[in-house]
Design a protein around this ligand. Structure first.
Ligand code: AMP
Ligand code: MG
Length: 422
């Protein structure tokens, strides 16, 4: 049995839905979001961004043999002397991909290419730029090399039987390359989660509708679509739903039936006269929160059927901020990801930032490098929660924590960078 909201709330100390801190919201959501279990095997080229469903154990050692890290000359390192140059006769060539078979006598070496297998008994490579050539001989100057230099060991990258990737890891471009280097063509990944979203509110126009006084075009569905798609979710767009119980009920029922999660925007603020909240309450196990944060104070959270519900506020910036702060980590957990939360960076504020202790504030910031290479941040100016243009200019959010007060120019602040996240 999945825990009810009341059961989760009972486990959390001091839970007050009317005054939740940002960290309490995430603690709650981490208990609510249960990772999917279904998985499938897919081709490597299809797996970018997917979440690995089992540890991937390396069937081979990488590299498979000791090999040369340089173009140069392979020899026995024990013959090096600290204060005397070493002269060796070149008796053959080991090319990458072609094993050299033969025996070296005393005073002999082998020309070797980068990546070529080190013939047994040889352990050191003199890079070609370090040696002087004389007829069929090379001279290695004294003191420039030590035994073992420029040799790569078998299994140095990965040993046979060792976990190359762990369950819960997201397949990155580097992971694709690593898997390919093991000769593996298919990966077990968790199934993609399906997320339905719709916008609510009678003042919200769909694209294509003629403008009308007091109405605004729906932007939230587009930002939510972008955020979900970047995260690797399958999306189902249910449009703008007018403020009518029958329409809302049908939309929630369809979303709950088809999806792992539902994201709505609008209609959850205090004093909201519409039917959205009433319908959420009627159909699911839903809590209505007031979060000590800005922007994005009101939010509805819970379950309708088997689907997680995130009822986000209507303001376009609040939608993006609450998505990044809460929905993204919760959906990643649902997807089976074990990725840690986005690291916060430290940057020096170039401005005074007014901030009230007792809530977390997210300000749109432009982070850049100062002349000395350190990070600085300025805001995009207008922080109104409807101002999407400033979200476009920003490359991150300045995170002003719960207990923090005003920030003076030169103070260090935390920033959450967008790149990679949205
Ligand atoms: P609400 O949370 O419903 O009170 O909405 C807060 C503000 O966000 C209002 O100014 C709405 O017009 C605006 N808003 C709500 N939904 C959307 C949407 N889908 N696209 C653009 N603006 C919206
Ligand atoms: Mg509204």
């Amino acid at each position: 049995m999945r825990p009810s909201l009341a059961a989760i709330a009972a486990e959390l100390q001091g839970y007050d839905p009317q005054a939740l801190r940002v960290d309490e919201v995430n603690a709650f959501l981490s208990r609510l979001a249960e990772p999917v279990t279904g998985h499938e095997h897919i081709d490597l080229f299809q797996s970018l961004g997917r979440i690995l469903a089992q540890d991937l154990v390396s069937p081979i050692s990488v590299p498979a043999h000791d090999n040369s890290a340089m173009d140069g000359y392979a020899f026995r390192g024990a013959t090096l002397l600290p204060d005397r140059a070493l002269e060796l006769k070149v008796v053959g060539t080991a090319l990458a991909g072609v094993a050299w078979r033969g025996e070296l006598g005393p005073g002999e070496c082998l020309k070797i290419m980068t990546g070529a297998v080190m013939p047994s008994g040889l352990d050191t490579v003199a890079p070609q730029e370090l040696v002087t050539l004389k007829d069929e001989h090379i001279i290695i100057p004294a003191g420039v090399l030590r035994l073992g230099d420029n040799r790569r060991f078998k299994g140095e990258d990965l040993a046979e039987g060792q976990a190359a990737l762990l369950k819960g890891e997201r397949i990155s471009p580097a992971a694709l390359g690593l898997v390919a280097s093991l000769g593996i063509r298919q990966l077990p990944v968790f199934r993609r989660i399906k997320v339905a979203y719709f916008s609510t509110g009678d003042e919200i126009l769909s694209l294509g509708e003629p403008p009308r006084e007091g109405a605004v075009y729906d932007s939230n569905r587009y930002t939510v679509f972008g955020l979900l798609t970047k995260l690797g979710c399958e999306v189902i767009d249910l449009g703008v739903i007018r403020d009518e119980p029958a329409l809302l009920e049908a939309a929630f029922a369809e979303a709950a039936e088809r999806c792992d999660a539902i994201i709505t925007s609008g209609g959850v603020s205090v004093g909201e006269a519409d039917f959205t909240k009433a319908m959420m309450k009627k159909l699911g196990d839903v809590a209505f929160w007031k979060i000590a944060m800005r922007p994005g104070r009101p939010m509805a959270v819970g379950r309708i059927g088997n689907a997680l519900l995130f009822g986000l506020p209507g303001n376009p910036v609040a939608v993006m901020v609450t998505f990044m702060a809460f929905v993204r980590p919760a959906l990643l957990q649902l997807m089976g990801s074990t990725a840690p939360s986005l690291p916060l960076l430290k940057a020096q504020s170039l401005e005074t930032l007014r901030k009230k202790p007792g809530r977390t504030e997210y300000q749109r910031g432009i982070v850049s490098n100062a002349a000395d290479g350190s990070l600085t941040v300025r805001t995009t100016g207008n922080q109104g929660s409807g101002v999407l243009s400033s979200m476009v200019q920003a490359n991150g959010l300045i995170v002003l924590h719960h207990h923090q007060g005003h920030v003076a120019p030169g103070d260090t602040v935390d920033v959450m960078m967008f790149d990679g996240a949205i």
